[in-house]
Structure formats: structure tokens, C-alpha cells
Design a binder for this molecule. Sequence first.
Ligand SMILES: [Zn+2]
Length: 480
Amino acid sequence: MLADRVAELCYSRYSQLPRQGKPRPGREWTLLAAFVVDRGGDDLEVAAMGTGTKCIGALQMSRTGEVLNDSHAEVIARRGFLRYLYHHLKLVHTAAGSPLLEYDTDTRLCSFKPGISIILFASHTPCGDASIVPMTCEKSDEVENTDTTDVSSYPESPVGGMPRKRKLLSDTTQIDSAKKMHHNETDSVSCVEKCEENVGSNMGSADIEQPDKVGSILNVATTTSSDVDIHRTGAKVVSGSDKQDPLSPGARYHAVGVLRRKPGRGQATLSFSCSDKLARWAVVGLQGALISHFLTCPVRIKTLVLGAGCPFCPRALHRALLGRTVHVTSLPEDYGPREICFLQSNLEFEHSQSQIKRMVLESGLHTWPCPAAISWVALPENSLEVSIRGNRQGATKKIAGTTPASCWASRAALFAEFKKLKNTLPDEQLPSTLRDGGCLLHTYYDYKMAAKAYQGAWQNVKEQAFQAWSNATRTFMEFE
Ligand SMILES: [Zn+2]
């Protein structure tokens, strides 16, 4: 089963890491996330892994991009994945080449080699909207066909370079729905298993589009039966949202489908919940604006695998990660939401909150989240670092002009990677967005804005789906 193989691989990678940054045994817990490269068959590789549960307040943010604002596991893993991509963007121009990417001399852009897809593993349900799950919707729960048969017409999720195909939205939804319709709801195979069987295959693909029907998922998914209680999220609805949490007992505690900010230590943070970030990545890609300069198309998550012992509801995941942007129009080619296959593994993370709580059940000891974040990336050097409050552990204060405390995954460090890559490429290999007028670009902000297709897509998504999404103000992006 793919979900278990992915979880096992990630847990095994985690167990090989040194103790530094891991939770104190029996007292602390953490969250784990990893980006896994799937080359088909049994060829899976952990590209980047992260642990972490914390997020710093707005007042602690750095104007020079040297502090990690958001240290939730998914975000740490994604920053690591960007380092992994930079490494391969450099490798592709070497004699040996990259096993991940290929370079096209005509477009001067890179794309993923055929057959490669990206899996995100998370030991727990992403915080924010995806965590608002009816307690009746767990792993064995099936997507109800009456609600979702018409949620169709997302292009398949090519990681890059692969032929663009049209496919029904989610294997989970689609296969299950089709099955139920043909077997009069007697089939007991769960949507999860059906989804699994179809990962990487073209089964069930169809060349139909019903964009007018897609919106119905929003209405359906936001309706929760009032007598069923829900799992809750600590992330707070952003100010400026047209809906706020009613905070009524039971199922009416939360509003659903809204943008949320992560809780900090008693301080407001500017970081959006992982559900919101995942929804953004599902439309504009994981690679961000800077790396989009070098790629033919956005990098998508094809499969999301959750660990055992956490709420898992394909409907809620669908609503949170895909449903909120399905109606967005006028996107540049290759942008827009792509289906994600949602799976849950039977294997639980050894340092999950529920495991640790179970351990201390009899002693009654208090447990708390581990304050450190670990980043591990499949790189030949600087593959492991541990941070606390957004700075590399052991380097609490930056000494001017000497060893910087900033993490390799910080904005400043990633921007340095970007410039290094750009400067090593000869003019004739530079993408056009960096070649023409490239000399006018200086700051992190300049280079981000010069990624025209990416910015155009993101602007449309903000205007049409996430009006309350305010980007970090320009003062946090004007470093060189
Ligand atoms: Zn999170």
C-alpha cells in the first residue's frame, strides 16, 4: 500500500537522524512532514523532511529574511524542498546531469523528467481548514457520491513537462463515485483504497469539463450536520474575512473554508495556516516565484499521505486544499488547481502527540510540543539543521559580519541560492525573464515580481478566492 510505504520511508529516515532537535522522550511531541519524490514502481526518495510546531509572532519577523517565521513541519519541509530543487537546477547544467530535471535548450527552462511525481507526507492533518473535520469522517469514511460526482474537471497534476491531460478531480472522489453508481452503493472498498490503486495510472481519466458544476463542492463541504461534533483548529480566522468562527457548541464552533493564521506564543502571527499554504501551492505550485523563473510549469503535489492517529477526511481536505480555488479564472497556462489524491497510512509517527499522550496516560505527566524544528534535505552537504524560534540552534545571536545565525532554509539563504544559480549560468542559458532587463533587478522583491506568470496567477487567486490574504509587506522583502 503506497500510503504505508511512504510513511515507513519517512519514519525510517527520521529515525536515522541524530537526537538533536527531536522531542524529549515521553514529554514532548512534534509533527513530521516530508516531500517524497516518486519515480514510479517502488522508487521513492525522501527529498526534504521537516519537523516543527511553532510560529513566531509578527514582531519577531526579520526584515532581512534571516528568520524562519513559520516552523510548522510542512513549511520546514517545503523550504527544504526548495533547496533540493536549487541543487537539481545546478546539477542539470553539469556533465552528469540531474536525475530529477531536464533542460530544454529552446525554452531555456527545466522540467521534471517523465514519470516523476511528488508526494507530501504529513504525520498529522494540516492545521487550519483541513483540520475542521466532522468526528464521523475518519479514515474508513467514504466520499459521498451524491455530493461530489459533479466535482470534476481538474487537469491532471503533472509535476512538470508531462503532457497536459484532463482528468476528473480526485481519484478518491471520482473512482468511488463511479463505483457506487455502478454497484448501487454495495461496494465496501473505501475511497482511500480505490484512490491508492489508481495513483500513477490513467484509469478513469476523461476529457470532460464541467466548470459550472465545480462550485457545488463548496456548499456541500461547508455543510456539517449539526448534531455531529467536529475536530477543531487553533488557527484563527484572519481579520478582514467575511466569515468569523461562531464559536457555538458542537459542529457550529468553526466557520469553514476561510483563511486562518497560525497561533503564536500569545502573539499574533502573520503566517497563514498550513491548509491555506497548501491551497496556494495547489494552484501556483510549490516552487514559489523565484524558482518559477527556471521551470516550464509549476510543481504540484500529486498525493498527500497523512499518518495514522489523526483526523482524516477526504472531503475536508478537498474543501480546504482544492475547493476554495476551483472557480478562479483567467489564470496563465499551467496554473490552477490540480487534483490531489488523499491517503492515510496505518502507521503512526513515533513522536506524535497521541503516541506521547498514550505513553504518559498513567503517570498523568504533562506533555508539550517540542520547541525545535529539524530540517533534513537530500543534499551532499549541509543536509541537516536544527532551529529554535526561527534561528539555527546554537547560534542565538548573529555576530555582525561573521557566522550568520540564519537557517539555510531562510528567505535570505534561499535568495542567495537563487543568485548563485543565476550567476553561474551563462547568458545563453538564462531564462528570458532573467535575461532581458535582468540588470534592473536587485532585491528579493524585484526578482519575485519579475516572475510574471507566477505573480499573475497569484494575483488572480487572491482577487477571486483569497481576498483576505495579505502578503508580507514589502518591507520584509527589500533585502538584496
Ligand atoms: Zn501547520
